[in-house]
Design a protein around this ligand. Structure first.
Ligand code: SAM
Length: 321
């Protein structure tokens, strides 16, 4: 799929690392480099000099897909992160706490785009535990976190499934991001996203997908075991319902979800302005599809992506209900 013409329809997305830079500072920087800020970005024919603010994600800018930032000082300094728009959705939907006592887990963190996004949304406060089981990718993660100056992150080179949810260390974790390995079938320009998708996209056979789905379900079930967790975002860069809606519908029926009252967050909490939602015919309850977000490659100016969000009533809410 390398060189797919649909890739040209994906703008160059630039996420401003708000830990180091304000949106205004970033805009001024690009204007000083000769770019012109436009109100609307025409994906099919943008000038190479024009850029715009994204309509769904604050701190995300759109440029012509041919513009390169690899040599830009801001990129080298970790002030901007080159990250597809859809890949910015999970951290925004997780809506992590901004508090010195906040505790969040990124269960599958490398290379670290979403970890650094979460860290910025937490305003570098509280603690963000970032697990990565692969040693090499863990090293990439650490480089990324250091470059982006993420000071509230505790990276851990471990398999999330071996982490004990009852460990006192994680007793205050309220939010978990799960962006596990998937088939990567939504990725259009694999040259750009080889690292993120782990080169798994070629295997689209049913058996492979079912194997991935059972691993993904295990991860969701494990996340649900953390005692204080009440918000879990599960995302993939796959367009296959087996890894997306089917994992969500199976997760809702598990002992973990039923005993701890996990349900899907309403559409109003999951990028309500984003039009493309989950597939109703892939869910047990078609009404649940509105809670899910999908991105279709070639149609949404992003890579293919899927986002879901499980929420649980806290005991406080249960008592006041
Ligand atoms: N969220 C990342 C980002 O935005 O940069 C991308 C994550 S990538 C899709 C999935 C990552 O999870 C891979 O680096 C993989 O090695 C890691 N992983 C897979 N299974 C894991 C597990 N059980 N525990 C921890 N990490 C795991």
């Amino acid at each position: 799929q390398i060189g797919d013409s649909r890739a040209a329809l994906i703008p160059r997305y630039v996420r401003i690392n708000t830990t180091l830079w304000t949106i205004q500072e970033a805009i001024q920087h690009f204007i000083s480099k000769g770019f012109e800020l436009a109100d609307v970005f025409e994906v099919s024919s943008p000038s190479k000099q024009v850029f715009a603010k994204d309509e769904h994600i604050s701190a995300l800018l759109l440029f012509n897909s041919e513009v390169s930032f690899q040599d830009d000082d801001a990129y080298k300094a970790g002030k901007i992160i080159l990250q597809d728009k859809a890949s910015c959705f999970p951290a925004v939907v997780l809506d992590p706490p901004v508090s010195p006592s906040g505790a969040v887990i990124d269960a599958t963190a490398a290379p670290g785009n979403k970890t650094s996004h979460l860290s910025a949304l937490m305003q570098n406060a509280g603690t963000l535990f970032a697990f990565e089981r692969d040693r090499k990718r863990f090293s990439t993660l650490k480089t990324m976190l250091s470059n982006a100056k993420c000071q509230n992150v505790e990276p851990v080179n471990a398999d999330f499934l071996t982490v004990n949810p009852m460990d006192i260390k994680y007793s205050k974790v309220t939010h978990i991001l799960l962006d596990p390995s998937c088939s990567g079938s939504g990725i259009i320009n694999r040259l750009d996203y080889l690292v993120e998708s782990e080169q798994e996209a070629e295997s689209v056979q049913e058996e492979r997908l079912h194997k991935l789905a059972s691993f993904q379900l295990m991860m969701v079930k494990h996340a649900m075991k953390f005692p204080a967790v009440h918000r879990i975002v599960y995302s993939t860069c796959s367009v296959h319902a087996i890894e997306d809606e089917h994992v969500v519908r199976a997760a809702l029926k598990t002992e973990e979800a039923l005993s701890r009252h996990f349900t899907l967050a309403p559409q109003s909490q999951v990028l309500p302005q984003w039009k493309r939602r989950g597939c109703p015919n892939e869910m047990d309850d078609p009404g649940h599809a509105a809670s899910l977000v999908r991105c279709l490659p070639g149609e949404d100016a992003t890579n293919g992506f899927f986002v879901s969000c499980f929420v649980r009533k806290t005991s406080e809410q249960e008592h006041s209900a």
